[in-house]
Design a protein around this ligand. Structure first.
Ligand SMILES: Nc1nc2c(ncn2[C@@H]2O[C@H](COP(=O)(O)OP(=O)(O)OP(=O)(O)O)[C@@H](O)[C@H]2O)c(=O)[nH]1
Ligand SMILES: [Mg+2]
Length: 280
């Protein structure tokens, strides 16, 4: 599966970032707790290299808790400040605010300024706008379950001392690493319209079958897990009543259900990568 996705508004964001980065005091870089390293954009590295940075692990409610703990230890060893949050609730939010505040004290010591400017960056659909709303206790930033919701930049006042810039998600022009592209598609950062949904659902089923077969059996009420993945998708379609005239399974709709249930956490708390895979 070759995935190439870089619409105009993403190129615009990269430019806005480049132009504004000098005015920014802190970068909040968001990474999805289920794929922390695969969801970090290597292109951002160049842009934000010399900035004070906080890595925010989003959607920890959807990730395996033990694996998230391992990631936090891994980042600590690398001297990267990483804060886990659930932006749809307030979990981790006060910890994040406190961390920003501590940075503020460091920054304002040398250069007295009352308001600290932070930018929120990360790939599409990772939860940037939701996090900003949670921090500001508003719903000023538009959010949505599909990638590409935020189209322009917007300053949002968090409190008397902090202002945050919301940005549209940026995905790098070409994701060469196939495994990585597939993980980004699993979590919904790439528009489904440009993906082969059936192939993607089969990739996800492969992962689940190899890592947590019982979860598959329980969730989809299967008698057995067929060897052939197309047949597996068909069995799931049958138990879910995804049928077309002639009693044939609607494979595309079934594939959509499998992906959606994973994205909503209905298949359980599943992390798709561990730090060990990134220690070379
Ligand atoms: N389960 C869960 N869902 C979350 C969390 N944070 C955000 N979401 C959901 O993820 C989806 C994307 O959130 P947004 O805040 O719009 O993401 P974004 O990064 O601003 O996306 P773009 O503007 O498209 O780049 C929404 O459906 C949110 O409700 C979280 O911590 N847990
Ligand atoms: Mg947004």
């Amino acid at each position: 599966m070759e995935i190439q996705w870089y619409p105009g508004h993403m190129a615009k964001t990269a430019k806005i970032l480049k132009n504004n980065i000098k005015k920014i005091d802190i970068v909040l870089e968001l990474a999805d707790a289920r794929i922390p390293e695969s969801s970090r954009n290597p292109d951002l590295e160049e842009l934000i290299r010399n900035k004070d940075r906080i890595l925010v692990l989003t959607k920890t409610d959807l990730a395996d808790g033990k694996t998230t703990q391992k990631w936090l230890e891994w980042y600590k060893k690398k001297n990267i400040v990483a804060i886990p949050v659930v932006s749809t609730t307030s979990k981790g939010i006060s910890n994040l605010l406190e961390t920003i505040n501590n940075k503020k004290d460091e920054i304002t010591d040398n250069n007295y300024r009352k308001i600290i400017k932070a930018i929120v960056v990360g790939i599409p659909n990772i939860g940037k706008s939701t996090l900003i709303n949670q921090l500001a206790r508003t719903s000023k930033a538009k959010t949505g379950s599909k990638p590409g919701v935020t189209r322009g930049t917007q300053w949002i006042t968090i409190n008397r001392f902090i202002r945050l810039l919301d940005t549209p998600g940026i995905l790098w022009p070409k994701i060469e690493d196939k495994k990585r592209a597939v993980k980004l598609a699993f979590i919904g950062s790439i528009k489904d319209e440009i993906l082969d949904i059936q192939a993607l659902a089969i990739e996800l089923l492969k992962y689940l079958r190899n890592n947590d077969k019982n979860r598959l059996i329980e969730r989809f009420k299967l008698d057995c897990v067929p060897e052939n993945y197309y047949e597996l998708l068909e069995s799931i379609g049958r138990t879910r009543g995804c049928l077309q005239p002639g009693n044939r399974v609607d494979i595309l709709r079934t594939a959509g259900i499998v992906l959606e249930e994973f994205r909503k956490g209905k298949l359980g708390k599943i992390s798709l990568e561990t730090p060990e895979e990134f220690d070379s």
